[in-house]
Design a protein around this ligand. Structure first.
Ligand code: NAD
Length: 297
């Protein structure tokens, strides 16, 4: 199958490589020359523009930072061309970026007008899951379109859920990430408290991991440096899931909470704490660096 892949960052890069290695013919593009160069060095065919990836593509996948990027790419505006107008009718678009559900619905409507099926398929599992091909996909859109996408999604992930109609994948994703953002702060607080009282962070982590405080951060993504070799915390919080991306997701969760008058007090507090962490100059660091707010330097 010929696939167009747009957005080759921390997540998109390894996802595109997994499709390439599975034998799909890829046309890939990123606005960043650095990202393109890195993937070209790994053997991925990189195009000169997003439109140049479309030739013969049956599926278009995008993995972009936020709503504004997805809107600019597919819908254009302010003098920019719309990629949707260049995509052939009958093509399937899979947008895996985490964005506002309303934006996903607008892109799906633009696709429907052109005869292009669109699903939102944001992911969970981090950069480790993207590299290993074990991501969880949360899909919004028609069930038949998900079935068309499934063979492609299976090359990048091991769990595929149909959350509901257009935008439902995004709603599931921001609920999950609001919980993750809160859990990371709670886990950081508990670890910082134990270490300040003289405990070894590895020992405390193992105790809590196997006790009632056990959670994903303790399992796979410990925020304390030196506890897990593969976690961003042990690499100076480089790579991983940026604080500013977590801040964006918590903002989306709050917007959605306001729209339905839901009470999300811890989600709101978590957004404020990541915002303060970002304002202190840590927006590009992995979100687990939020532990730095809670312990002595
Ligand atoms: P990233 O910033 O590393 O990569 C995004 C890439 O998109 C960048 O390389 C950027 O140059 C490119 N881009 C932006 N606009 C473009 C355009 N118009 N055309 C082509 N390329 C364009 O971000 P990421 O960490 O890969 O995250 C991507 C998405 O996945 C985000 O929505 C994020 O919230 C979500 N996500 C990230 C993680 C994670 O652990 N990093 C986990 C789950 C979900």
């Amino acid at each position: 199958m010929k696939i167009s892949f747009i957005g080759l960052g921390h997540m998109g890069g390894p996802m595109a490589l997994n499709l390439h290695r599975a034998g799909h013919a890829l046309g890939a593009f990123d606005l960043s020359a650095e990202a393109c160069g890195k993937l070209a060095a790994e053997g991925l065919p990189v195009a000169a523009s997003a439109a140049d990836t479309l030739d013969g593509a049956e599926v278009v996948i995008s993995m972009l930072p936020a709503s504004a990027h997805v809107e600019a790419l597919y819908l254009g505006g302010e003098g920019r061309p719309s990629l949707m107008e260049r995509i052939q009718p009958g093509t399937l678009v899979i947008d895996s970026s985490t964005i506002a559900a309303a934006t996903s619905r607008r892109v799906a409507e633009a696709g429907a007008r052109r005869g292009v099926a669109v699903i939102d398929a944001p992911v969970s599992g981090g950069t480790g899951g993207a590299v290993a091909g074990t991501l969880t996909f949360m899909v919004g859109g028609a069930a038949a379109d998900l079935e068309r996408a499934r063979p492609v999604l299976e090359k990048m992930g091991s769990n595929i859920f149909h959350a509901g109609g257009p935008g439902a994948g995004q709603t599931a994703k921001i609920c999950n990430n609001m919980l993750l953002g809160i859990l990371m702060i709670g886990t950081s607080e508990a670890l910082a408290l134990g270490v300040a009282n003289g405990l070894d962070p590895k020992v405390l982590s193992e105790i809590m991991r196997r006790s009632s405080g056990g959670n994903w951060a303790l399992e796979k993504y410990n925020p304390m440096p030196g506890v897990m070799d593969a976690a961003p915390a042990s690499k100076g919080y480089a790579g991983g899931f940026g604080t500013d991306l977590m801040l964006k997701d918590l903002g989306l969760a709050q917007e959605s909470a306001i729209a339905v008058r839901a009470a999300t007090p811890l989600g709101g507090l978590a957004r404020s704490l990541y915002a303060a962490h970002s304002l202190a100059g840590h927006g590009a660091l992995d979100f687990s660096s939020v532990i730095r707010m809670l312990r002595k330097a």
